[in-house]
Design a protein around this ligand. Structure first.
Ligand SMILES: C[S@@+](CC[C@H](N)C(=O)[O-])C[C@H]1O[C@@H](n2cnc3c(N)ncnc32)[C@H](O)[C@@H]1O
Length: 219
């Protein structure tokens, strides 16, 4: 059942496609609730890489998370929609900018999120982005990633098909390039802190997992 606090978020967006997408994501995907749980106790600012329409930012605000949130995405249509939604709703402390995460990251010290975007990067680009993101996590902060994991499951095959469909319908600018394994995340992120990996697919058929890097208080 929808939480009444989520019902107004889709109405912030122009266009039936954006509104339907936002409503369906909020209804079926456990992602945003999981992020709110992991971030609600933290006073640190959040950098959201590949923010899309900014759903995470609006959802966190609806759950009382009032830290500064900066969302970056290379799709200017989505950034425009996110900015308009922030303006329309009078949401403060939430900013969005067009930025290609393959060209480096801005200065930041806080928490970082990377949700459902790594599949668009080559293995080398993924490793670079993960290291840059981990280096921007403040002591005691978290890097929270959601990614489909490459393995032998049927869920993984459905994940690939879903991303190909998103490209065919032009919802995504790019087709998937490479999916990391659980071992890739452990190898790349363990030098920065504790890494936990757990399933996060809810009622979706996808092989989505939550990867959590917790940096020690004294990094
Ligand atoms: C599946 S959507 C996820 C959106 C958002 N993270 C969420 O979970 O609500 C993937 C997003 O990654 C963005 N993206 C893909 N490659 C990118 C890149 N190189 N730099 C920045 N954003 C990128 C896409 O434009 C898209 O908005």
């Amino acid at each position: 059942m929808n939480d009444p606090r989520d019902i107004r978020i889709p109405e912030l967006f122009n266009g039936q496609w954006n509104r339907n997408y936002a409503a369906s994501k909020l209804r079926t995907d456990p992602l945003y609730t999981a992020l709110a749980e992991k971030l609600s106790a933290s006073p640190l600012p959040l950098l959201d890489l590949g923010c899309g329409l900014g759903l995470l930012a609006f959802f966190l605000r609806s759950r009382g998370v009032d830290v500064p949130i900066h969302g970056l995405d290379y799709d200017s249509r989505k950034i425009q929609a996110a900015k308009l939604a922030a303006e329309r709703s009078g949401t403060t402390g939430v900013t969005f900018a067009r930025h290609d995460a393959r060209s480096g990251l801005p200065r930041h010290q806080g928490n970082v999120s990377i949700l459902d975007i790594l599949q668009f990067f080559t293995p080398a680009e993924q490793e670079t982005l993960l290291k840059l993101a981990a280096a921007r996590v403040a002591p005691g902060g978290r890097l929270i990633i959601r990614s489909g994991l490459r393995d032998a499951s049927l869920r993984f095959k459905i994940t690939v098909a879903g991303d190909l469909l998103a490209k065919a319908t032009r919802w995504m600018k790019a087709a998937p390039t490479h999916y990391p394994t659980a071992e890739d995340f452990r190898r790349i992120l363990s030098p920065f802190g504790d890494v936990e990996i757990s399933p996060l697919w809810g009622r979706t058929p996808f092989n989505n997992h939550l990867i959590l890097l917790q940096r020690p208080e004294s990094a």
